[in-house]
Write a protein that binds this ligand. Structure first.
Ligand code: NAP
Length: 232
């Protein structure tokens, strides 16, 4: 069994939790990040104390996320892979036709863009040391335009970030994978999305593990996975 270590952000539920479960089944030890240690505690207990470390960290706060990475290194002594997955959704109208008030937009951008960037910055030195692998959660909404969607714009930013990191990683041995899920049945969905075809969180987790299980010479750049019948 491998001793590899994977850090998952947004691990308390949804795609992150499903991926942590798959990863432990595949032999990884995992660091589980969410804003509140209480929300990842039950999953850590389920996965086993020796295998999983629950960590409270806000990905959009540098001392918080860099401290979580230090805690993983202190506990497990290495970091082989990172799933930068924490994210939130929010309905927005640029014309002011409903949706969240502009003051709340900051949280969306900070979590989805700044948080992914800080997670990369906090982990890439350790990944360079291990010849490791960074996987980021983008979205189909980060590939195709979405009417009036600031969420979509944050995921376009993640798509660009993954490509830019991959270029900077040339020569380091670090691999970078962008996973772009379609509608997936998690707590992030709106009522309207719930009525559409949906993936299960585990469907996305299998895609992440596919990328992680490739040999070091194979860098899976992008995986888009959509529920059958989802309209672009
Ligand atoms: N579901 C979909 O249809 C879909 C499609 C494409 C892409 N995605 C993306 O997939 C990722 C996971 O979302 P999900 O669908 O699994 O939603 P979810 O069930 O709501 O999970 C979101 C996770 O992110 C964590 N989180 C949120 N803000 C955080 C912060 N500032 N710092 C640390 N952790 C934070 C949450 O934990 P706490 O609240 O406990 O902190 C939770 O574990 C997101 O990036 C999302 O944009 C989802």
């Amino acid at each position: 069994m491998t001793e590899r270590v994977l850090l998952v952000t947004g691990a308390s539920r949804g795609i992150g939790a499903a991926t942590a479960r798959r990863a432990v089944a595949a032999g990884f030890r995992v660091g589980l990040v969410a804003r509140n240690a209480g929300s990842v505690g039950p999953l850590a207990a389920e996965l086993g104390e020796g295998q999983a470390l629950p960590l409270a960290a806000d990905v959009a706060d540098w001392p918080s996320i860099s401290g979580a990475v230090e805690a993983v290194l202190a506990r497990f002594g290495r970091l082989d892979a990172v799933f930068a997955n924490a994210g939130i959704g929010m309905g927005v109208s640029f014309f002011g036709d409903g949706g969240a008030e502009p003051e709340r937009w900051r949280e969306l951008v900070l979590t989805n863009v700044y948080g992914a960037a800080l997670t990369a910055r906090a982990t890439l030195p350790a990944l360079a040391a291990s010849g490791g692998h960074l996987v980021l959660t983008g979205s189909v909404a980060g590939r195709y335009p979405r009417k009036g969607s600031l969420y979509s714009a944050t995921k376009w930013a993640v798509s660009g970030m993954a490509a830019g990191i991959r270029e900077e990683a040339v020569g380091t041995g670090v691999r970078v994978t962008l996973v772009q899920p379609g509608i997936t049945d998690t707590g992030i969905l709106t009522e309207e999305q719930r009525r559409k075809p949906k993936l299960e969180a585990d469907d996305v987790a299998r895609a992440v593990l596919y990328a992680l299980e490739q040999p070091p010479t194979v860098d899976v750049n992008e995986i888009m996975v959509r529920p059958t019948g989802q309209v672009l």
